[in-house]
Design a protein around this ligand. Structure first.
Ligand SMILES: [Zn+2]
Length: 305
């Protein structure tokens, strides 16, 4: 057990109710909860997201058009995320950094402190694109899910501190850099805040807007208990089909820089079907699937819970 019973009862008393969801084929109902001691001791998650908020947010980001690192459009996307985080009552920090040859980019970080401060979970999504496409699936989809989670994070009442992040300058094909620059800055910030001791996982949501089942990717040699296994368990608990696939060679999303600094991280994203419109003009908002966004949101919320 990682949490005191007293704390869970206290939290339930404050929120006024322990809301059991209806039983579902996913096995996440009352009986499953009783069989899982951790779930039996605390208030349940809010009703499952239907993806409509994530879809609205993703469309809003994609409507800004191509958002290459350092551009005005990338800055506008980050400003939208910052507003959503503030509306959700998160503490917002902007972490600026330089993109050589392209000016400045930033990470927008929304923090919710938990009663216990000895663990931290991060969910992040890159807001930038390559030059040609509106980047709806890559990666307004991930940003939309992060914004939708923000709106529910206080109700989710995570037991660990949570950072929700819209990163910048992920697309190396545009920046010409060896690292995902936003993730590098973010991983260093986390490390300076005791992530070696506290971080359970940093999850990059990248291309979660259409192809399923999702793949969970990481460079680990085998699934780790508090990283891949915890995330896969969150998928099972919420009826989200996902399989872990080891990164061969270089990791291709923001989880890379965390792992390079020795911090546990993974990516949830496109599955075996790939993304044929990646980095092209056909990655448009009409291809986004609300249900796919809902599934990514459910898994992430359960993992953050
Ligand atoms: Zn991407």
């Amino acid at each position: 057990m990682r949490r005191s019973v007293g704390l869970a009862i206290g939290a339930a008393a404050v929120t006024g109710a322990i809301a059991w969801p209806a039983a579902t084929p996913a096995g996440d109902g009352p009986i499953a909860a009783l069989l899982v001691p951790e779930s039996a001791q605390r208030a349940e998650l809010p009703p499952r997201a239907d993806g409509s908020r994530a879809l609205r947010a993703a469309r809003g980001i994609a409507a800004l058009g191509p958002r290459p690192a350092g551009s005005a459009a990338e800055r506008r996307a980050h400003a939208r995320v910052a507003r959503a985080f503030r509306r959700a009552g998160l503490r917002v920090a902007v972490q600026p950094f330089t993109v050589p040859g392209h000016g400045r980019s930033r990470n927008v970080i929304g923090t919710l402190d938990a009663p216990r401060r000895d663990c931290l979970k991060i969910a992040m999504a890159h807001a930038d694109t390559t030059a040609p496409g509106p980047g709806a699936n890559d990666n307004a989809s991930g940003v939309g899910v992060v914004m939708a989670i923000a709106a529910r994070l206080r109700r989710i009442a995570p037991r660990c501190d949570v950072w929700l992040v819209a990163t910048g300058a992920e697309e190396r094909i545009f920046t010409g850099q060896g690292d995902h620059l936003g993730a590098l800055a973010l991983a260093r910030r986390a490390r300076a805040r005791e992530a070696k001791r506290r971080l359970r996982f940093a999850l990059s949501l990248d291309e979660v807007g259409r192809d399923r089942p999702f793949w969970l990717r990481s460079p680990a040699a085998a699934p780790r208990p508090h990283v891949e296994r915890a995330l896969l368990r969150a998928g099972r608990a919420t009826g989200v089909a996902v399989s872990w696939v080891r990164d061969e060679g270089d990791s291709m999303s923001d989880h890379r820089e965390f792992e390079l600094l020795g911090l546990p991280a993974a990516k949830l994203g496109v599955g075996a079907g790939g993304e044929p419109c990646r980095h092209t003009a056909c990655d448009t908002a009409d291809r986004l699937d609300r249900h796919s966004l809902a599934l990514a949101q459910r898994l992430a919320e359960r993992a953050l819970w």
